[in-house]
Design a protein around this ligand. Structure first.
Ligand SMILES: [Zn+2]
Length: 255
């Protein structure tokens, strides 16, 4: 008589986590995973295509597990996505020390999102602006040391063990990406439009027109009275037609 012991781990994926699976798992929400080796639940989920940054809870019956948990054959686990809203950055079994400030580190593959986040007033470092393109390990370390949340479409970057907080950006269009991030972290009441420089992330300060006259085009001199200047790179801003477009873009997410 052969043994009938189940060598599989039963996983139930909640939310949109099944969409992140590698093709061989066929985007099923119920997975029978063959346990051929001792591996942590983090390693198992990442081998299936789900970066740890996307996981908000790992549950066995009522027990909350952490990423180092070593599943046994026959066990049934529920896997939950990061909850939307302020709960996304609450301390949890998986991430006991969330960042206290909302600050972002934006990957090259979503570079236009960085500009939109600055437009909405969020402290945002863009990897596109780094002098030398850093490798995944350096980016992961930069995120950990600076306490910045990584935003990327690169699963391999987000799987790096030094990354604690990050988001695999789901949408393609930059405006949709901005809305995705604002709603994921519950930031509608944190928007401070036109408080940051789009070019360098510096804070803007109001300046008297006379002090920026030499930087203005004749028509701008004629029609505009209120000016802001970047405290870091000295770029001058005013509420021209570009400003109207930006207001229209932010309107759907303004609290
Ligand atoms: Zn600037």
């Amino acid at each position: 008589m052969s043994s009938c012991k189940d060598e599989h781990l039963q996983l139930t994926l909640h939310g949109d986590l099944a969409d992140l699976l590698l093709r061989q798992y066929r985007q099923n929400t119920e997975i029978r995973y063959p346990l051929s080796r001792r591996a942590s639940i983090k390693d198992i989920l990442e081998a299936m295509g789900i970066p740890h940054t996307e996981i908000g809870g790992i549950q066995k019956a009522a027990q909350q597990l952490d990423f180092s948990y070593l599943p046994e054959p026959g066990e049934k686990l529920n896997i939950y996505p990061v909850p939307a809203g302020p709960a996304a950055l609450q301390p949890s079994v998986l991430r006991p020390d969330p960042p206290t400030e909302i600050r972002f580190l934006v990957d090259i593959n979503v570079a236009r999102l960085a500009v939109l986040l600055r437009m909405a007033g969020f402290d945002t470092v863009s990897l596109r602006e780094e002098e030398n393109v850093p490798g995944k390990r350096e980016v992961a370390q930069q995120s950990r040391c600076s306490g910045r949340i990584i935003l990327s479409r690169d699963k391999e970057l987000l799987k790096h063990r030094e990354v604690a907080f990050g988001r695999l950006v789901r949408t393609q269009d930059p405006t949709a990406q901005l809305y995705e991030i604002v709603d994921l972290y519950g930031l509608r009441s944190n928007l401070e439009p036109f408080s940051r420089c789009l070019r360098c992330n510096g804070l803007l300060i109001a300046v008297h027109k006379q002090r920026v006259m030499d930087q203005l085009e004749p028509l701008t001199k004629k029609y505009y009275y209120n000016f802001m200047k970047c405290g870091s790179c000295s770029q001058v801003y005013w509420k021209g037609s570009h400003h109207e477009k930006m207001i229209a873009l932010l309107k759907p997410i303004m609290a």
